[in-house]
Ligand binder design. Sequence first.
Ligand code: SAH
Length: 486
Amino acid sequence: MSAAVVTPALFPLFLDLHGRRVLVVGGGEVAARKVLALLDSGAAVAVVAPALAPALAALAKANRLAHIAAAFAPEQLDGSWLAIAATNDNAVNRAVAAAAHARRMFINVVDDAELASAQLPARVQRGPLQVAISSGGASPMLARHLREQLENRLDEALGQLAGLLGELRGRIRMQLADLGQRRAFFERVLAGPAQSLLRRGDAVAARRAVEAELGSRPTPAAGRVALVGAGPGDPGLLTLRALRLLNEADLILHDRLVSAEVLALARRDAQRIDVGKRVGGDHDATQQHIHALLIEHARAGRRVVRLKGGDPFVFGRGGEELEALREAGIDFEVVPGITAATACAAYAGIPLTHRAHAQSLHLLTAQARDGDADHDWRALAKPQQTLVFYMGVQGLARLRDNLLTHGRAASTPVALVENGSRPQQRVVAGTLAQLPELAAAHAVRAPALLVVGEVAALATRLHWFGAAPLGGERQRCPPDALARAA
Ligand code: SAH
């Protein structure tokens, strides 16, 4: 085809294939994928192929498709509404296309836009709601790329919302005869809590919220709070749900630990407030202030995201914030995040448990309300367990002494992970005996996480992100550790 020819765009169409015969020619993996999609749409599928791949054979055995065990012949198309040629033999695909064209039947030929009169779009599906994407054959990759982006963007709860609105469709039309009224109603529903209620698995309350909007007087928008884990810093470690909520937020209250890269992903016109606590500041006053802000803005009807570094329930005082919200009668949801322990360990190449070296994992804080943390040091001093200390940059000498006094070996490997998962990540590795000197020698700063235990030695061999671990003594990895891990 010459480049000068302007091809008109394809005409999009959604087909109701329920109970209608569709002929698929081809019995391999590619055909199987198309057959599964067709069956999802309720089509009566007939597959022409001398032999079937296992997935298709199983469907034939379960009577979910009709198998025509033969070579393709044009009359097999008779009685079908649609045909798909999915063989790896170009001549066969060509013959199927020619026969379909002769019968004025739409045909899709897998990976051959030239032969096809119908193309299957890339699609994003949420219940009855579907977004179909086509590049008109120009660049299926581009269509797929867009699909991926939409897949990330569109909440799973949208499907349920569509279902719910479908159920109420008759009532909506009857009660809101005027198009303008209906539009205003949909806007209220979309801005309201229904979607977040569905996400939380409360279909009954969601229905009630939608029905309330059906009433003639508009209810004031109910604000709500999402307590969201932002992960350790690398924006790639954000959950899809966190990303969606950041895209919907009116207001984001975040900690100092939340990285700029993560904040950059939020809706541009969302207001951002840094409510980070500083070491040495009055934490309880700050915390009360945060509770007051959350309540005030939610009451004003805003969608508030309370964004915390890592996971909100791991040393994040998330529980206290939820209690305050519950007391104030404010709606909330919680989105977990990747906590510093798992993130720093992964990015430093330290498996937190290991069949040969650690049978348990303890998440601890090095700080307590009044200075020194009060742990069961005797229990923590036992070998073959991994201790992860949050907030551990200060007080390392005391921490080491406590473990040594209670019997943990001086040679126990340790690693400090500073700015885990971020471009400036540093890992400092050594032994328990050297811990405070090690931190001082490399000027380790917050945020940093301390890993104590046999597994910490593996960082030297398994590091993959950023620079190799810095260390006092050369770390030796137990020679059989890697073999046994496999
Ligand atoms: N809720 C957070 C922890 C908050 S406490 C979470 O689940 O991760 C703050 C402590 O977390 C810091 O003092 C530090 O010990 C640790 N931390 C958080 N992010 C970190 C990072 N990117 N690198 C190293 N340590 C981190």
